[in-house]
Write a protein that binds this ligand. Sequence first.
Ligand code: M6R
Length: 612
Amino acid sequence: MCGIVGYTGHRQAYPVILKGLKRLEYRGYDSSGVALLKDGVLNIYKKKGKVAELEESMIGKNIDAHIGIGHTRWATHGEPSDRNAHPHSSASGKLAMIHNGIIENYAQIKQELINKGYSFSSDTDTEVLLNFIEDIHKNNGSTLEEAVRIALKRVIGAYCILLIEQDNPDTIIAARKGSPLVIGIGKGEHFLASDASPIIEYTKEVVYVNDYELAIVKPDELILKNLGNEKITPYITKLDMELAAIEKGGYDHFMIKEIFEQPSTIHDCLRGRLDAKEGQIRMSGIDHNIEQLANASRIMIVACGTSWHAGLVAEYIIEELCRIPVEVEYASEFRYRNPIIHKGDVIIAISQSGETADTLVALEKAKENGAFIFGVVNAVGSSIARISHAGAYTHAGPEIGVASTKAFTGQLAVLMMMALNIAKHKGTITMDRYQTLVSELEAVPEKVSEILKGTEQIKAIAEKYKDASDFLFLGRGYNFPVALEGALKLKEISYIHAEGYPAAEMKHGPIALVDETLPVVFIATKDLYHEKVVSNMQEIKARKGKIISIVTQGDTHSPSLSNDYFAIPLADELIAPILTVIPLQLLSYYVGIAKGIDVDKPRNLAKSVTVE
Ligand code: M6R
């Protein structure tokens, strides 16, 4: 939610910031803006819409500056508009600030400032915080740094802020709580951003700023302090990421690039961990904590969106293989209800970004209650990865398209390996079954490649059904969560209403929707439930619904019941979800494209949801 970039150093700041904003646009694209400071003159430029619109509006403007901050917004307080766009300027015009997060008690602070005579030119909580800081700075005789500290102690909510001051020609003040901040260390220059993507081409040395820390950043100096004004030694990490990973590399969209990357991202996820010949899986996060995991009396999985769907698949797999009860919770529900958490309970947190606010807060709560937190995270060094006691990265590389694809299959691969390791340790799996599943898992990248060869066939199906107003996705067992995921994907990037259901549950309500206009996508691969799914297909056919099925190669019966079908290679039913989801990702991509939607940045969404 919102991307922020800052630069101070010897380069021109604007090109660095603009490029950075384009890379962070996945975090929000309602409006964007920059503040540039040179010779005591603070220029703020902002524009409703995507970063490209800001760029166009900047032609002919004075962009000469070596320090600046920039923001791309996902609106929370106030509609997307020029005046609500960041950076905001303080009442005196001397300060400019950008913010990612939500100030929950802004209304109260705003009222206090109004009573003091302040007026506001936007509807944002950011402008309130900025003027609150300025008010303390002016009236308490505090330095700006002190004023920020005092103000932040009063603030309830989440923030990452960057501030520049007219009279301070080379300093950016930054602070975070709940929203991410990375600082890149260059020679005589520093870069600040919500993630490493704007920084990677300039330096690989970064500092991840922690909650309640404040940074005073000059070209040659980085001072890190806590809110108690004590200095902290910055911990410098080396980025393990290449520039090519965050560029489109010849594809039209990040989403299709990321779908096509899956043979290699799944391979990377398995590499060095799974050895089918030896019949071994080695994962340090699991191996070092195997007693804790295997002896858990129950496992709770906490996640949102697509990651929650991966959690549902994991529930089925862990219960089947490890015989440990599993509960899967939406993080947003878990954090606000009063869940029963015992010391030693295992919580698995699943998150692509590692920054999802609901998941993060749910984990903090569980951790306070003594739970053991295991993170299944994609973004290396992210907040969830850092607050987990142990974890396993999915190694899918940066996922930029708003619709999650390769992260999901990476999550499934990690969770499968995790279940296999625990089951082996507990003795709840036979060695034969273990070996079969390890070999099946190893074969997944090749099978995904084979599925991707059928892309044109899916594209044709997408074009045929693109004008439908509703879709139903049905699956049973391990493929029920895949039906949910197929429906979510389609909604996100085609704006078509879609629902996912367990195939058998359909007759308890959704069947009323079925007529000759309704496309019903069945995941009907060969597994334990296959015959039952086929009966459900008959029920839809009898009501003239249009059946699109994902079937196993060689099956002729299910295709004969379908209007359209797509065949995938045979796989064990526990492994199947990693494969069955691929045609559904392609289907949603091509429906979105056929409808002319910007699939990488669909309306109202953001990649990293750092607000509740
Ligand atoms: O980064 P996370 O995995 O924690 O994100 C969770 C959801 O916000 C995310 O999966 C969302 O549903 C995606 N847009 C789905 O494509």
